[in-house]
Design a protein around this ligand. Structure first.
Ligand code: CA
Ligand code: CA
Length: 146
C-alpha cells in the first residue's frame, strides 16, 4: 500500500500522453471484456466502474447510495459511453469517454493536489497517472553523475 499525491496536471499529462493512455485504456478494455466479444455490455461496464473507483471521485457517489439509484447511475453512465446507442461500448467509444472523464477529474482537481491511498495492485487510471509522473521524475534524477 502506498500514498500518491496527484493534481490536475498529473492527470492531464497522463491523458495527453496518447501512447501510454491508449495502452492503459486498451489493456483495461480487454480485461473488462469478459466474454471476449470485442465490446463491453452494460454489466461489463458496470464492473469497470466498480473497479476503477471513478464513481467516488467523479460522480460523488458514497457508500450509502441505494442500489436502485446506483443502477440508474450506471445506466446513465453507459449511455454516455455508448455514443452511437447500439447497446454496446466499443474500444473507440471507451477511449473517448475515459478521456472525457479523466479530463473532467483533472479540471476538478485543478492545482490542488489530493492524496490517494492505493493498494499495491491498484490498477486505477489515477494510479497510472501518478506512476507515469513518478517515472518522469525518476528519469530526471538519474541524469545526475554517479
Ligand atoms: Ca463483452
Ligand atoms: Ca456503441
Amino acid at each position: 500500500m502506498g500514498v500518491v499525491i496527484i493534481d490536475g496536471s498529473t492527470v492531464k499529462a497522463f491523458v495527453s500522453d496518447e501512447e501510454q493512455f491508449n495502452k492503459s485504456v486498451d489493456e483495461r478494455f480487454a480485461a473488462l471484456d469478459l466474454n471476449n466479444d470485442g465490446v463491453l455490455s452494460k454489466s461489463e461496464l458496470r464492473k469497470a466502474f466498480e473497479s476503477l473507483r471513478l464513481l467516488e471521485t467523479h460522480f460523488g457517489v458514497d457508500v450509502a447510495t441505494p442500489p436502485e439509484q446506483l443502477t440508474q447511475l450506471y445506466d446513465s453512465i453507459f449511455e454516455k459511453f455508448d455514443c452511437d446507442h447500439n447497446g454496446t461500448v466499443d474500444l473507440p467509444e471507451f477511449r473517448s469517454e475515459m478521456k472525457n472523464i479523466l479530463l473532467a477529474i483533472a479540471d476538478g482537481l485543478g492545482s490542488c493536489p489530493i492524496q490517494m491511498v492505493l493498494e499495491d495492485d491498484d490498477e486505477s487510471f489515477l494510479k497510472k497517472a501518478a506512476d507515469l509522473e513518478a517515472a518522469k521524475l525518476d528519469c530526471g534524477s538519474q541524469a545526475e553523475p554517479n
